[in-house]
Design a protein around this ligand. Structure first.
Ligand SMILES: Cc1cc2nc3c(=O)[nH]c(=O)nc-3n(C[C@H](O)[C@H](O)[C@H](O)COP(=O)(O)OP(=O)(O)OC[C@H]3O[C@@H](n4cnc5c(N)ncnc54)[C@H](O)[C@@H]3O)c2cc1C
Length: 487
């Protein structure tokens, strides 16, 4: 079947695009089915779907699932030849329209490039296709007594390549073993012109690992990755305390991070609304701080007893073990569960220095008290000194004044975060305008490199260097929303 691609110049040249692709990618993995395109052009938030309802740019024209690096490279070459925009997508869990199109064109779904090529138990290195899910990788490595050093709490579905291309600085194992970037030994990248290149820690080509990590795929598609690993441990303990004051909760959280020589495998702080809307029963105190220790039995029990000592001094109230165990077992589901309590869940993620985390939470408490809508928050520890704080507004688009007031509330907190030296965590298409406004030097540096590797700006466009939205327009919209909401 020959299909006309909408939106592009030089239409006749592109008419046979699908036929050309079918020469080397199985037709079962090429789609222009509107339902598939709609689902692949969206993410867990309602944002992309509202956008693509009105603007074709936010919906893909084709979905292609290459089987390996060669096929990926050939698809990308063909798109470049015909000036067709490309969006790279793994599991699409990153939200903020990170893995959704901004100029129509092709979505390349990476999840068939998911093989485990080599597990080296001596060097403790694994070599994988970047589209493998963390869950599949964890299960395969367990047979060798090995494990990834870190992964996101979305590990049941999200993929290795996705965590590399997003910040990868907060999640399970990060505080203990370092960020995603720290785990990468090397990676294979397919550049926007289809060339395949390998980048390792010591390579000194045009692109370095730092350029690829956290840059949302704007410089190419990561196809294969070599990761350094750790060993499986034999003892896991979950421990948590409730606090009535945010001050004590934060002190407890930061003391655990700073004072213990063996860091927790996972550490989180949440408010009662988060617990209430993501679980059926929940602790009575306003703040919950809980940690997971995962090590050899002696180390784990020492950490647990040190944690107890710190909690006692700060008037922490023991939280039932069964509750914490359930939280750990369902760690991937908590954020999704809170979504059930609201028709249109809106959230923002902030990357906050631990030195300013109390100020940030105090701002959140003060600002949220001005509004009538429900909010909830939880944070997970990132690398030493930093945390990812997520704030949810539980609302419904059928109440547009409230819907936009929630956005205004989150926007105000973003401005406060940037003005203090912090930032928003996930950028995607949605948050790029903040970088343009508050981090222009960073943007200029990335832009220069982008112009070299993708002069036509066809690859994962409108992320981190160029925004679809303007700061002043968003601010005007949200300030108006606050007036209408009578704030
Ligand atoms: C319930 C839940 C829990 C989460 N927990 C965490 C957490 O603990 N820590 C955290 O940091 N984030 C977390 N996230 C956010 C998200 O899950 C992570 O960022 C995850 O790593 C994204 O992986 P993905 O496979 O879904 O990538 P996608 O969402 O598909 O893609 C993310 C970005 O990377 C690009 N990309 C994807 N694959 C490639 C590739 N192979 N080459 C080049 N670019 C690529 C995409 O274009 C996009 O810009 C969570 C999200 C949810 C819904």
């Amino acid at each position: 079947m020959i299909i006309m691609i909408k939106n592009y110049d030089n239409k006749s040249k592109k008419k046979g695009f699908l036929d050309i692709i079918k020469d080397f990618v199985s037709p079962y993995h090429i789609s222009d089915n509107p339902y598939e395109l709609e689902s692949a052009s969206a993410d867990l938030t309602s944002l992309p779907s509202y956008h693509y309802k009105f603007k074709e740019n936010y919906r893909a024209n084709y979905l292609i699932r290459p089987a390996d690096t060669e096929e990926l490279s050939m698809v990308i070459k063909q798109c470049r030849e015909l000036s067709i925009p490309i969006t790279i997508r793994s599991a699409g869990t990153s939200c903020f329209s990170s893995a959704t199109p901004s100029k129509g064109g092709v979505i390349i779904d990476m999840r068939r490039i998911n093989k485990i090529y080599k597990i080296d138990p001596d060097k403790m290195i694994v070599s994988v296709g970047s589209g493998i899910s963390w869950l599949n990788l964890i299960e395969a490595l367990a047979d060798y007594g090995l494990a990834p050093k870190c992964y996101p709490t979305s590990f049941k579905t999200s993929c290795v390549g996705g965590f590399i291309a997003t910040p990868g600085k907060a999640g399970i194992g990060v505080l203990k073993y370092g960020t995603m970037m720290d785990s990468i030994v090397s990676l294979e990248l397919v550049l926007p012109d289809g060339t395949i290149t390998k980048i390792s820690r010591d390579s000194n080509g045009e692109l370095s690992l730092e350029d690829i990590s956290g840059t949302y795929g704007i410089y190419g598609a990561i196809s294969e990755v070599e990761l350094s690993l750790t060993t499986l441990k034999t003892s896991l303990e979950v421990i948590g305390y409730g606090f009535s004051s945010i001050k004590n909760a934060i002190q407890f959280y930061t003391k655990i991070k700073d004072e213990l020589s063996t860091k927790p495998f996972f550490l989180s702080i949440s408010n009662q609304n988060f617990e209430k809307y993501s679980h059926i029963i929940f602790p009575k105190q306003e703040w919950l701080v809980w940690a997971v220790y995962y090590d050899d039995p002696e180390v784990t029990s020492k950490c647990v007893s040190l944690t107890k000592d710190i909690a006692l001094k700060l008037n922490g109230i023991d939280v039932e073990k069964s509750y914490l165990k359930e939280k750990w077992r369902d760690i991937s589901d908590a954020e999704v569960a809170i979504g059930r309590s609201s028709r249109n869940l809106i959230f923002q993620e902030y990357w906050i220095s631990d030195q300013r985390i109390e100020d940030f939470f105090q701002d959140y408490i003060k600002d949220s008290n001005k509004y009538k809508f429900l909010t909830a928050t939880y944070a997970i520890s990132g690398i030493e000194g930093w945390s990812r704080i997520k704030i949810f507004g539980l609302t419904d688009i059928s109440k547009p004044r409230e819907f936009f007031a929630v956005k205004a509330f989150l926007h105000d907190l973003s401005i406060k975060a940037f003005s203090r030296g912090d930032r928003v965590y996930t950028i995607g298409i949605v948050n790029t305008f903040y970088l343009l406004k508050f981090r222009p030097d960073e943007v200029i540096k990335r832009k220069k490199l982008k112009e070299k590797v993708d002069p036509e700006d066809l690859f994962n466009s409108y992320r981190i260097i160029k925004a679809r939205m303007k700061f002043w327009r968003i601010s005007l919209l949200f300030n108006t929303a606050k007036l209408l909401y009578k704030i």
